[in-house]
Design a protein around this ligand. Structure first.
Ligand code: NAP
Length: 307
């Protein structure tokens, strides 16, 4: 029987682990398939307070893990494949075994949706990014491309004009999912060029290990053409990792956990932390703060119950 199980080992999960471990709760952290979360595929993190010279994403997340382990957190290589939250203690299936826990912190994150081109996947962190706030700064005076037609793409394109010489926004249709205000703002920005009815088909240069250009295809004319770019920002949405909680936790139509105040979910004893609930800020520091809140709430509940 565990006091606290934390699902996910990104910023949110690791911070929850530090706090729960320091409260002597011996939290069990189930790392998940993408151990370290989104930071593990980020290059340099320059906006996490406390690191004036920046820190590499994988190093930051590993440091958090070491810190949590120092206070007694246990890390488990595996994935929670089923969850039964109908009664407390909650039951979780991990690698064919069922375990029980008095409280649960869901910090399973959200995956950036990618184009799923092999060349794109090979160049993530080397010019391909899913986070303008994280990586925009590296493209001062360079050629930037953003893919997508939703609010994220408009927001990222606008933000990236602070850095890039020019920002090309590539969208597969000629109408937009983005809200009018966000679209209008992007449209009015003289540094943004819209390339519509167009898909990215390949990212170069995998051999050099750095983004130099993309091959685009105009879906109306069938024409393909090359465009030189230094940074490719894929902003086509995120997918929260909540499949195993469907029908149990309150989720919004896109699958994000609905908060019931603080770090609480609709189920007493189950808390949320990080991008699995937050579709707005999605930052390492906000995820870390949310992990802290979830651990404090779990600790208070356990204390009230005399555990
Ligand atoms: P989204 O609204 O789902 O838009 C995703 C966009 O990516 C769509 O234009 C879609 O094209 C395109 N796309 C999806 N898969 C693609 C693929 N394989 N290849 C090429 N394009 C693809 O996602 P989002 O922009 O991340 O926004 C998610 C939610 O967060 C929305 O509710 C949004 O309003 C909200 N949000 C709000 C703000 C804000 O208010 N400041 C900022 C960011 C996000 P199609 O249109 O052709 O399907």
């Amino acid at each position: 029987m565990h006091n606290v199980v934390i699902i996910g080992s990104g910023c949110a999960g690791n911070t929850a682990a530090v706090y729960a471990a320091r409260a002597a709760l011996k939290p069990l952290v189930v790392k998940g398939l993408e151990a370290g979360g989104q930071l593990s595929i980020t290059s340099e993190v320059e906006n996490f307070p406390g690191f004036p010279m920046g820190i590499m994403g994988p190093e930051l997340v590993e440091n958090m893990k070491v810190q949590a382990e120092r206070f007694g957190a246990l890390y488990y290589d595996g994935e929670v494949t089923e969850a039964d939250l109908s009664n407390r203690p909650f039951r979780l299936k991990i690698n064919d075994d069922w375990i029980e826990t008095r409280t649960l912190i869901v910090a399973s994150g959200a995956k950036a949706r990618w184009l799923d081109l092999p060349s794109e996947q090979r160049l993530i962190g080397k010019g391909v990014s899913s986070c303008a706030t994280c990586d925009g700064f590296f493209y001062k005076n360079q050629e930037i491309m953003v893919v997508g037609g939703g609010d994220s793409a408009m927001e990222e394109a606008n933000f990236l004009t602070r850095f890039g010489r020019r920002v090309a926004l590539v969208h597969r249709r000629d109408s937009f999912r983005a809200s009018k205000i966000m679209y209008d703002r992007a449209k009015a920005n003289p540094k943004i060029e819209f390339i519509l009815n167009t898909e990215v088909r390949e990212v170069f240069n995998v051999e050099k290990g750095i983004v130099t250009a993309v091959r685009l295809k105009n879906l109306e004319t069938g024409e393909t053409f090359l465009r030189e770019v230094d940074g490719l920002f894929v902003a086509i949405g995120h997918i929260p990792n909540t499949k195993i909680f469907r029908g149990q936790l309150d989720l919004d139509p896109e699958g994000y956990i609905v908060s019931h105040g603080g770090a609480r979910t609709n189920i007493h004893g189950v808390f949320h932390a990080g991008d699995v609930q937050d579709r707005i800020y999605r930052q390492a520091i906000t995820a870390a703060g949310a992990g802290c809140m979830a651990a404090i709430e779990a600790e208070r509940l356990l204390e009230e119950e005399g555990h």
